[in-house]
Write a protein that binds this ligand. Structure first.
Ligand SMILES: O=P(O)(O)OC[C@H]1O[C@H](O[C@H]2O[C@H](CO)[C@@H](O)[C@H](O)[C@H]2O)[C@H](O)[C@@H](O)[C@@H]1O
Length: 236
């Protein structure tokens, strides 16, 4: 790892393996300690950039980290106030429609998030097309952004993504002056890879090689952990 790296880390599928449901993820203390050690070696240049809300990231154990949540819509410094747009009434309306849709479909799950809402079909992939059509309908009718994830459609306000989050964080301390390295697995991470490259850095795709704006690849979450541990050892 570069001594002057400014590390941007996605969460689901990058720092933890994908699980059946959103609350199935486990953040072990070893992961938090590893990230704290690495951040120290990088003079503070480490941020988590996730589709999860900051509220959730903090509850998962990342309260003391620089965070960008909800795909670049929310920001918080370690332990600091959360800067985020207000939750829109349209999100509540869409959530009610999602709940009605999920009610008679075992395996379909609605995830209420701080300023967005997710419709998960991992437990019932047969409903993918119908879930997509419903999310598309609400996005179009209320001018919301439709975000595709892994077996997930999410509705949120537009105007930001993980790329804009990288640009915003690179313009200020502690990330400013570093070489951005963005590690992520999902299509939502592509803007992060692109932003890192625009700013002279690189993206690292986690998972099978696909068409991507990342320059490098790590096979799986375990390889990410290994890469981060190596960083701690080499930068000591
Ligand atoms: O940007 P990320 O940190 O990767 O977050 C993206 C979404 O991750 C979560 O959903 C995904 O992971 C779940 C747990 O492994 C899995 O059950 C689900 O199928 C995946 O789509 C999270 O629930 C979403 O809120 C995030 O936007």
């Amino acid at each position: 790892m570069l001594t002057d790296a400014a590390l941007f880390l996605d969460f689901d599928g990058t720092l933890t393996p994908i699980t059946d449901t959103p609350d199935g993820v486990i953040v072990d203390d070893g992961l938090v300690q590893l990230l704290l050690a690495l951040r120290e070696r990088l003079d503070g240049r480490l941020a988590i950039v996730s589709g999860r809300s900051i509220e959730t990231l903090r509850a998962l154990g990342f309260a003391d980290f620089l965070l960008a949540g909800t795909h670049g819509l929310e920001f918080a410094r370690p332990g600091g106030a959360i800067a985020a747009p207000a939750r829109l009434a349209a999100i509540d309306d869409a959530e009610a429609a999602f709940n009605a849709f999920a009610a008679d479909k075992p395996g379909v799950l609605v995830e209420r998030k701080s300023i967005s809402v997710g419709l998960h079909y991992r437990g019932a992939p047969v409903w993918q097309d119908a879930a997509h059509a419903l999310a598309r309908q609400w996005a179009d009718q209320d001018g919301l952004a439709l975000q595709q994830g892994k077996m997930l459609y999410e509705l949120r306000p537009g105007g930001a993504d993980k790329g804009s989050a990288v640009h915003a964080l690179m313009a200020q301390g502690p990330m400013a002056g570093g070489v951005p390295v963005f590690i992520g697995d999902d299509v939502t991470d592509e803007e992060g890879f692109a932003a890192a490259a625009e700013l002279g850095g690189v993206g690292i795709l986690v998972g099978p090689v696909r068409q991507t704006r990342a320059a490098y690849n790590l096979e799986q979450v375990a390889a990410v952990r290994h890469y981060l541990r190596e960083g701690v050892a080499r930068l000591a």
